[in-house]
Design a protein around this ligand. Structure first.
Ligand SMILES: Nc1ncnc2c1ncn2[C@@H]1O[C@H](COP(=O)(O)OP(=O)(O)OP(=O)(O)O)[C@@H](O)[C@H]1O
Ligand SMILES: [Mg+2]
Length: 366
């Protein structure tokens, strides 16, 4: 998938902007707070129908304005033209259109214009709770498997029902709990099977990319951890029922799943240096990219926000070599150091197009 033209109106600090990217590497440079991340976030919005940051639609409307509007003209890898628009108005809600046709459900769009974003905010995947990793896994798998998204949404609804029931104490009807257990187990097993399969496919790719980027002998591992790994979910639920009744919520299930990251056999969070963590996250995202490209038959857009963040020049050069190797399609890079970025690209003989961003104004470089 290639973005041919991006138009932005009233999105965060960008009043109006247009970007006509090249097929290869596109660079967006500018000082801190200029609006670089906002440009790539606009691209993210058009793919995922939401911000990559923890920002609501309302917060993404430029201060003092009533709406934002984003549009992207794309070409698929088989050269089919595709247009996506995403508009949000305060008090009016959000509309997403694909080739002029409005979606009934925003979720139906996920995966149509695949995207992988690498950003400084990814650090939360290593440092924060399992919630963060499940959110990432869900967003990623949703792009390649629509039933998965439906199953996780249905699972969450049944889980909420079950938790409400557990809180009823002595008024609780046990037969109702049995019914909910069956439904939860059925959905949970589907979700778990997909997660297990996807993480299993990602793991060797992460190892491979990490070894290339880091040129490091420390082996890395990615593992799926779940309550459901070795017993039927219904049994696991029955086993935890007493505890659930005391607590008033469901203690076991795929809502407790985690993805474990290790380096040299130890937890990455505790034992990985910042650069190693960043390299791991890059490897994870490139693995995600590879799997999406393979399954969808369409290369995702690759957004590298704040590229130099915690990476030394050698790792960066290896990353650039890797991404220019032909397996990755169109790339968007942001950085606050114009000269540094240009010099890395030139040293690696990589052609690119560049824009300067200042106070939300996007200008193509001469
Ligand atoms: N809704 C909004 N309306 C107007 N301005 C906004 C809105 N949301 C965010 N901003 C502004 O956007 C700017 C941040 O833009 P962005 O995050 O893209 O900067 P950046 O160029 O990526 O900076 P850095 O190099 O620090 O990452 C801030 O000045 C912020 O105040
Ligand atoms: Mg930024």
């Amino acid at each position: 998938m290639r973005l041919k033209k991006l138009s932005i109106l009233n999105f965060k600090n960008i009043t109006e902007g247009e970007v006509v990217p090249c097929e290869g590497i596109n660079c967006i440079v500018g000082s801190n707070g200029a609006g670089k991340t906002n440009v790539v976030d606009a691209i993210h919005y058009l793919s995922m129908s939401k911000s990559s940051l923890a920002m609501t639609d309302g917060q993404s409307v430029r201060h003092g304005e009533e709406f934002f509007m984003l549009s992207g003209d794309y070409a698929t890898d088989t050269d089919r033209a595709v247009a996506v628009t995403c508009a949000f108005g305060r008090g009016k809600g959000k509309t997403l259109k694909f080739c002029g046709k409005e979606y009934e459900r925003l979720a139906d769009h996920i995966g149509a214009v695949p995207v992988v974003m690498v950003s400084p905010a990814d650090g939360a995947l290593v440092s924060d709770s399992a919630d963060e990793r499940r959110r990432w896994l869900n967003a990623f798998i949703s792009q390649l498997d629509h039933p998965y998204l439906d199953n996780t949404m249905r699972y969450n609804r049944v889980l909420a029902e079950r938790n409400t029931l557990l809180k009823q104490g002595e008024y609780m009807v046990p037969e109702l709990l049995d019914v909910l257990d069956e439904r939860l187990a059925d959905l949970g097993e589907k979700v778990s099977a997909t997660r297990k399969e996807v993480v299993g496919r990602l793991a060797p790719l992460v190892e491979k990319f990490y070894a290339t980027i880091a040129d490091d002998h420390e082996p890395v591992e990615l593992l799926y951890r779940s309550d459901l790994c070795d017993r039927p979910f219904v049994e696991v639920l029955r086993g935890a029922r007493q505890k659930d009744l005391v607590c008033g919520f469901t203690n076991v299930g795929v809502h407790r799943d985690d993805v474990v990251m290790k380096i040299g056999g130890y937890p990455l969070r505790k034992y990985g240096s910042q650069g190693q963590q960043k390299s791991f996250l890059l490897a994870l995202k490139l693995a995600q990219y590879t799997l999406l490209a393979e399954r969808l038959g369409e290369k995702p857009l690759l957004l590298l926000d704040d590229l130099f963040d915690k990476l030394d020049e050698q790792r960066l050069s290896r990353l650039m070599e890797l991404t220019a190797g032909g397996d990755f399609g169109q790339i968007f890079i942001t950085d606050c150091n114009r000269e540094r970025l240009i010099s890395v690209l030139k040293n690696n003989n990589l052609p690119f197009r560049l824009w300067d961003v200042a106070e939300g104004e996007i200008t193509p470089a001469e």
